[in-house]
Ligand binder design. Structure first.
Ligand SMILES: C[S@@+](CC[C@H](N)C(=O)[O-])C[C@H]1O[C@@H](n2cnc3c(N)ncnc32)[C@H](O)[C@@H]1O
Length: 266
């Protein structure tokens, strides 16, 4: 991959879980609770990663089945090993060309992934195609433009202050549609008129600065991918910058906000 997505490395499940999965699990609970989908439904979780949302659906929504799909073979393998519930299965596949038949899913969803899909309209057309009449189409994305993913926002602002090239990589600039207005426009263009949009909020809490910093050194995701491509000297400079800003000797607590979308098929 080249351009501002060149550090989007999605493969190592354990590293991803430590960097992001533990927070996406928290927001997934808020989402499933808000969605309030019917029980005994067939679900699809597109861009399922290591299965944070799939696991939450199994835990909270009493589904009949959940199929998790992701482009990353590494994540799919991780999810298969970690989630052995017989109602769930995991497949490698692209959000733009889902390997699922028409009108077979009651609740199609996607967590924190749509912004990484090159053709979002095609991905949403695929969700419409697989979802049964009367079914639910839903997804959520971090509020990157509003600095709503606090620890990632802090990382990119510090990175840009020592490396101008980092500015273009900041997800706040890469994903400007991740606002209520941007999502409403996207939904209109994707023939999901009048979709509901709702803010989901949790806190990300790190016991201390080292625990805040460590996940960025694991290489899974855009910011860690960028971090591990820096020279050691530049990485130390970035760490020192963040320490200056955030280290008060105790817990670091930063807010995380996502915007969720829900649409009912006619
Ligand atoms: C931030 S992760 C979210 C993972 C998971 N849904 C969660 O909530 O933790 C983004 C995921 O989107 C996947 N992804 C990116 N582009 C994709 C595409 N075109 N089709 C399917 N999955 C994609 C990545 O492999 C990655 O697992």
């Amino acid at each position: 991959m080249s351009g501002n997505g060149k550090h989007d490395s999605w493969s190592a499940g354990r590293s991803y879980d430590h960097y992001m999965g533990r927070w996406s699990r928290l927001i997934a609970r808020e989402f499933v609770s808000w969605l309030n989908a019917p029980l005994d439904a067939d679900w699809a979780d597109i861009g399922c990663g290591t299965g944070a949302l799939t696991e939450t659906i199994l835990d909270m929504a009493k589904p009949k089945s959940v199929v998790g799909l992701d482009l990353s073979e590494g994540f799919v393998m991780h999810a298969r090993e970690a989630i052995t519930d017989e109602r769930a299965r995991f497949e490698v596949g692209s959000a733009q060309d889902l390997p699922l038949p028409d009108n077979t899913i009651d609740v199609s969803t996607s967590a924190l992934a749509l912004n990484f899909v090159p053709d979002k309209l095609q991905a949403l057309a695929e969700l419409r195609r697989i979802t049964r009449p009367g079914g639910t189409i839903s997804f959520y994305v971090w509020d990157y433009p509003g600095g709503g993913m606090g620890f990632i926002d802090a990382f990119w602002k510090a990175a840009a202050s020592i490396d101008p090239a980092a500015e273009d990589l900041d997800e706040a600039l890469r994903f400007p549609f991740c606002t209520p207005e941007g999502l409403q426009t996207l939904c209109t263009e994707a023939q999901l008129p009048g979709a509901s949009i709702h803010a989901l909020e949790v806190d990300t809490v790190f016991p201390g600065f080292e625990e805040f910093w460590h996940p960025f050194t694991l290489g899974a995701g855009p910011a860690p991918g960028y971090c591990m491509n820096l020279t050691e000297e530049k990485r130390d400079e970035l760490k020192a910058k963040l320490r200056d800003q955030l280290d008060t000797g105790g817990e670091i607590r930063l807010p995380a906000r996502a915007f969720a979308v829900r649409y009912q098929q006619p």
